[in-house]
Ligand binder design. Sequence first.
Ligand SMILES: [Zn+2]
Length: 307
Amino acid sequence: MSWGRVLRRSLTMKRFFKNIILALTTAAVLLVVWHLFWGRLVPFSGMFIGFKDVGSEQVIVFFHDDREEARAVAALARSLLPEAALTLGILRGRTVEIVLCKTEEEYRRFTGSSTRFVTIDGRIFVSPRAMADAKSGVIHLRAYLAHELAHAILAQNRSVTALLRFPAWLDEGLATSAAGQIGLDGYFDEDAVCAWVREGRAVTPSDYVRHGSHAASIAALPENDRYHFLYSEFALFVRDLMEQGGRGRFLGYLEEVNKGADWREAFVRTYSAAPDEALAEVLARICAEDSAKAKPHGAKKGRFPGL
Ligand SMILES: [Zn+2]
């Protein structure tokens, strides 16, 4: 092969690879743009193409067709905000955005979730199933919205350092307790939590640091009621920390962790006990009271395997 041909061939190859890289880069950019406007990055971009909106400085609801429904959701959320802010000891920052999705497909495309509600980056996404269940009385919209508002307000005030460090047990325990969901809409009440605890099913905070944790203690729980138990168990813990340990102390701990402190170390500093042991102590106490209530005549104190 002559040097001329070699040079020509190498130039052709160079052009070929250049075109491939250009095509791949264009495809990647188009993919990101698609996700920003129509896909999984919408919760972060906050660009809701094709939605209408109603609301105020405090709450904006994005919707497709039903303006009255959107107005009602905005009014309900606004009415819940003062109490949520008070419970969390946080003055709100950003406007709360609530997105009413039209189809389950749209909800899944934006959130990747199959739950009724999910809060991502401080924005609340509502599935059509959630609104249908609320209308038919299967769930209390007020309680679910209060739960998501707690997530949203906390997330809006979270530092970048805390984004990956804020533990799921605290997030869900606090939201469930703040929304008054213990014993509501399928969430276990105190007696039901204690019944499972006595069967050795208690889950420690260390086992639920990440949402969707696959820790053995969680995987062992019956699938249908797993989260109804788990969220109530941590809600009882949070409620007890607030009531017995003092609200101010709890809010100080919450603020530290929301600013990025290590949740275990901050807990030990605040309560002079490790979180897992503290939960075991709380469950032992409330479940002993619970069993004393159930069997008032000379009943023995309950035993709590697994604590
Ligand atoms: Zn939640």
